[in-house]
Design a protein around this ligand. Structure first.
Ligand code: 3MF
Ligand code: MG
Length: 436
């Protein structure tokens, strides 16, 4: 039965580019086949529970702007929130959702009571998943909002907080597994520091390594076959976060021997905060074989902080999906909108419209990327640029069949003088322009 929150709106449908009905898909057509696969199976859209249903609309200068009938601290509120959330997933026709423990139920007085409340809501979710066919893309624990985590969770100077965080993550993995979640995400919002003056960086790195190793052990012990994902972010809320970017996470995983066990959930806005482009982070993760999933939300380029806006820059998104497709596409991952409304967007319809627009932009980006791949628009020139490496002698250098001295000798003997060739950047940029 409908909660009535969204009025008498019908499920959002694909109506084609010419539709002027606001809640309609103009480009996202779930059944349309792109590069041999349905769009829905390529994009694997997911709604983030927290921004849409738990965030009150505050900013650093002001509090709540949204008035929602499910705001409150009781389990009744939590159940109403679940009703409205699944109503929205169904209206949008998204296949997945994601949540933190703290988004879905209020905490209780003790750890055990809070865990019991989580189980109670998980039962509600399980029934709704069966009823609607919506699935869990990933579960996660909120180890950053409560004051107990102010100095970190796994990297807290207090071992009791480390233990509390471990118990919380164990519980959240259990619930994620019960709900058939396809991944489990760890984002270390407080895993970092405010000042080195009070921080034993080496000790905290060891704590983080031990923590993650236990998570991976546990996953295998209980037979959870989802992917463990780390979500990099350089700073905010802490001044420096240990999971700074993809390269930093990879170094950390290598150090603790976890590079085959853990992948990354890359967020567009976090990539920008780290001084990279989104496509850089995606390409690097693919090259390192740790690409997992994406959070498709942008920052305002002027504000310099994490504004978590719905995506709307199709040319940028085309380059991102180009990397996703080049990496072979998603396996357990997907496109999660870790995006929130602007705090003046008060109406229930705004929630729908925001997701519809984001999904349409993703569809356009995906289609442009697929066309570039099918036409070998970029891969052709790329192959040509590296073609010299196909020669037997070049391969011998790569495959450690030559020493530095042997190479030096050949350079002299053959009188090798390299001839610079154009990188053709503007030519390639113009090619991309034809697709977006
Ligand atoms: C913060 C984020 C987080 C993560 C979430 C799951 C609150 O910038 O992006 O959202 O996505 O904690 O890891
Ligand atoms: Mg995120």
């Amino acid at each position: 039965m409908s909660t009535g929150f969204f009025g008498d709106i019908k499920p959002v449908k694909y109506e084609g580019p010419d539709s002027d009905n606001p809640p309609a898909y103009r480009f996202y057509n779930p059944d349309e086949v792109v590069m041999g696969k349905r769009m829905e199976d390529h994009l694997r859209f997911s709604v983030a529970y927290w921004h849409s249903f738990a965030w009150p609309g505050g900013d650093p200068f002001g509090g709540q702007t949204f008035e929602r009938p499910w705001f409150g601290d009781s389990m009744e509120h939590a159940r109403l929130k679940a009703d409205v959330a699944f109503e929205m997933f169904t209206l949008l026709g998204v296949p997945f959702y994601c949540f933190h423990d703290a988004d879905v139920r209020p905490e209780d007085a003790t750890f055990a009571e809070s865990a019991a409340r989580l189980d109670e809501i998980a039962e509600v979710f399980a029934a709704k998943q069966r009823e609607t066919g919506v699935k869990l893309l990933w579960g996660t624990a909120n180890l950053f909002s409560h004051r107990r985590f102010m100095a970190g969770a796994a990297t807290n100077p207090d071992p009791d907080v480390f233990a509390y965080a471990a118990a919380t993550v164990k519980k959240c993995i259990d619930v994620t597994k019960t709900l058939g979640g396809q991944n489990y995400v760890l984002w270390g919002g407080r895993e970092g520091y405010e000042t080195l003056l009070n921080t034993d960086l080496k000790h905290e790195q060891e704590q983080a390594g031990r923590f993650l190793s236990m998570v991976v052990d546990y996953k295998h012990r209980i037979g959870f076959d989802g992917t463990i994902l780390i979500e990099p972010k350089p700073q905010e809320p802490t001044k420096h976060q240990y999971d700074y970017d993809v390269a930093t996470v990879y170094g950390f995983l290598k150090k603790f021997g976890l590079e085959k066990e853990v992948k990354v959930n890359i967020e567009q806005g976090h990539a920008i905060l780290a001084g990279h482009s989104f496509e850089h982070e995606l390409a690097l993760a693919a090259a390192l074989d740790i690409f997992g999933s994406i959070d498709m939300n942008r920052n305002d380029y002027q504000s310099g902080w994490d504004t978590d806006q719905f995506p709307n820059n199709v040319p940028e998104m085309a380059l991102a999906y180009y990397q996703v497709l080049q990496a072979g596409g998603f396996t357990t991952g997907g496109t999660n909108f870790d995006a929130k409304l602007r705090r003046q967007s008060l109406d229930p319809q705004d929630l729908l419209i925001a997701h519809v627009g984001g999904m349409d932009c993703c569809a356009r980006g995906l289609k442009a990327a697929a066309k570039m791949i099918e036409d070998k628009a970029l891969s052709g020139p790329l192959e040509e640029r590296y073609a010299g490496w196909n020669s037997a002698e070049a391969q011998a250098m790569l495959k450690s069949e030559r020493t530095l001295e042997q190479i030096a000798e050949r350079v002299v003997k053959e009188g090798i003088e390299p001839k610079p060739r154009s990188g053709r950047q503007e030519y390639l940029e113009n090619i991309v322009n034809r697709y977006v």
